[in-house]
Design a protein around this ligand. Structure first.
Ligand code: ACO
Length: 149
């Protein structure tokens, strides 16, 4: 399994994974938006057989802070380190672009994702009522990436 930058040719597969794995509704065009905004902040994880089984879409929030709007691994490849590998590569790319923080919002009921982010060094900093379209609440989490400043 390896991580590489997401290409426009990956979007159909990435969109399929997003529809399967994420509970909000997204349009396919959102991935073109992210690729145009920050090409090196878009990642996919690929099996040795060449199947794309997960993705991470990042965005530059400020000059010092990146965000992770969308992130998923297909169910049968979870708990095998794919998410960790994408997060590690994303940290490197965040630092290479001069940013020191990564911020994200996760549904408060999504215990597995909250556990994953805590394991990755994120801390909850804010509770956001009715953050999602269905009225669900979110937790905002932040991680400081390693670096000098
Ligand atoms: N329960 C408890 N801890 C977990 C779980 C879980 N279900 N999943 C991961 N962890 C923790 C564990 O400590 C794990 O290490 P271990 O397996 O050695 O115990 C560690 O995180 C690393 O797990 P990985 O295998 O690297 O993570 P994975 O490849 O499964 O990806 C992800 C994690 C992306 C959150 C995956 O569970 C997923 O796709 N979930 C559904 C979609 C989703 O919720 N995405 C995030 C939405 S929020 C957002 O996009 C900003």
């Amino acid at each position: 399994m390896f991580v590489r930058q997401m290409l426009v040719s990956d979007i159909d597969r990435v969109y399929e994974i997003a529809c399967q794995s994420l509970d909000e509704l997204y349009v396919r065009e959102v991935f073109f938006f992210f690729i145009n905004g920050w090409p090196t902040g878009q990642l996919v994880v690929v099996t040795d057989a060449g199947e794309v089984v997960g993705f991470l879409s990042g965005a530059r929030l400020t000059s010092d802070k990146a965000a992770i709007p969308l992130f998923a691994v297909i169910p049968r490849h979870r708990r095998a380190g794919a998410g960790s590998r994408m997060m590690e590569e994303f940290r490197i790319r965040t630092m290479m672009d001069g940013m020191h923080y990564i911020q994200l919002e996760v549904r408060d009921s999504n215990a597995s994702a909250v556990a994953f982010y805590k394991k990755m060094g994120f801390s909850a900093v804010e509770y956001l009522d009715s953050f999602y379209n269905d009225g669900g609440n979110a937790v905002r989490m932040i991680c400081r990436v390693r670096g000098n400043a």
